[in-house]
Ligand binder design. Structure first.
Ligand SMILES: O=c1ccn([C@H]2C[C@H](O)[C@@H](COP(=O)(O)OP(=O)(O)OP(=O)(O)O)O2)c(=O)[nH]1
Length: 101
């Protein structure tokens, strides 16, 4: 049986941003987009060396019981020197808050 993963936008989310999507039929994971507040989006997010930030996704997700979600950095980010300090980030099946990374 294919597990059903439910996604919901955060209340204040900009729903014109892309939802997580699998770029190819064989992709192991779906790409998540950053959901920066509108006023900060044009400038983006700049981190100083060694600085850390939680990047919101504007999404909540419900993972079925018995499964775990994982947030991993794309390898193209690693080539730019960006990484997730907690990778893989664990999304618990009973978590219903907003997903950040
Ligand atoms: O990269 C991540 C990792 C976790 N989470 C969310 C989903 C997860 O279910 C929850 C708690 O994560 P975890 O159990 O890894 O953190 P904790 O430090 O043990 O926090 P808590 O005491 O809140 O469980 O935070 C994210 O949104 N992004």
């Amino acid at each position: 049986m294919t597990p059903l993963v439910r996604l919901a936008w955060a209340e204040e989310a900009d729903r014109s941003l892309p939802l997580p999507s699998y770029k190819t039929g064989g992709a192991a994971g779906a790409d998540l987009c950053a959901h920066l507040p509108l006023e900060r989006r044009a400038k983006g997010l700049t981190l100083k060396p060694g600085e850390r930030a939680a990047v919101p996704t504007g999404l909540r997700i419900a993972i079925p019981d018995g499964y775990e979600g994982q947030v991993r950095a794309r390898s193209s980010l690693a080539r730019k020197g960006l990484m997730l300090p907690n990778a893989p980030g664990t999304i618990d099946a009973d978590y219903r808050g907003y997903i950040g990374s």
